[in-house]
Design a binder for this molecule. Structure first.
Ligand SMILES: CNc1ncnc2c1ncn2[C@@H]1O[C@H](COP(=O)(O)OP(=O)(O)OP(=O)(O)O)[C@@H](O)[C@H]1O
Length: 184
């Protein structure tokens, strides 16, 4: 029987204000050296939304109302015993303030980017597929990504953790409440 991976549930929060987005440079651990939203594992007894608020506060010192933006499921050949499930959130549309003070933590260095110059080359390669949907916030979505070993360069074959995005798809959710709002 093939190995059946276990699910790891994470959150990821993108703060989007008029014309700009807050990203964090990850200073250690998973995704070190990459910009990402703020997030981490959902702890036992916590809802994903609660975890999203907690991680945002822990990693960059702020809080603000969040809406669910989409869901990312991915597999990586570098970690075959896990399937990753990331609940994606963004700041509620129309907001331009937060509570708390924006500050660097030991995990993340926060930085604002204009929406016209998001540093996709320094982010997970799948992010560019769905981050535009998070930013417009018109539709929630389901995204699926498969990271597999790089195969074009034989010298890399036995180096651990060298994976690239091989297959993906994204689908928009039917979202009656948001569609209703658009019709009004
Ligand atoms: C294709 N791969 C990926 N694409 C996009 N985002 C990804 C990702 N793989 C991990 N992420 C995010 O990276 C953070 C890791 O969090 P991470 O620091 O490991 O979790 P947590 O803060 O709980 O860690 P501790 O174990 O407590 O240090 C978390 O936001 C998670 O959503």
């Amino acid at each position: 029987m093939p190995m059946i991976p276990r699910i790891r549930l994470y959150t990821n929060v993108f703060v989007v204000f008029e014309g700009k987005i807050l990203l964090g440079m990850k200073k250690r651990g998973v995704g070190e050296g990459l910009y990402n939203g703020f997030g981490g594992k959902v702890e036992p007894g916590e809802t994903p939304l609660e975890a999203a608020h907690r991680e945002l506060k822990e990693e960059c010192g702020i809080d603000l109302p969040l809406i669910h933006a989409g869901r990312l499921l991915f597999l990586s050949a570098a970690m075959p015993s896990w399937a990753f499930h990331i609940e994606l959130y963004r700041s509620a549309p129309g907001l331009s303030t937060y509570t708390g003070e924006l500050a660097e933590s030991d995990e993340m260095r926060p930085e604002w980017f204009p929406l016209s110059s998001i540093p996709y080359s320094q982010m997970w390669s799948g992010d560019k597929l769905w981050l535009p949907l998070v930013i417009t916030g018109e539709h929630r979505f389901l995204a699926r990504e498969d990271y597999d070993r790089e195969t074009d360069d034989a010298s890399k074959e036995d180096s651990q953790g060298q994976v690239e995005l091989k297959r993906w798809w994204i689908a928009l959710e039917q979202d009656p409440s948001r569609t209703e709002e658009k019709r009004k």
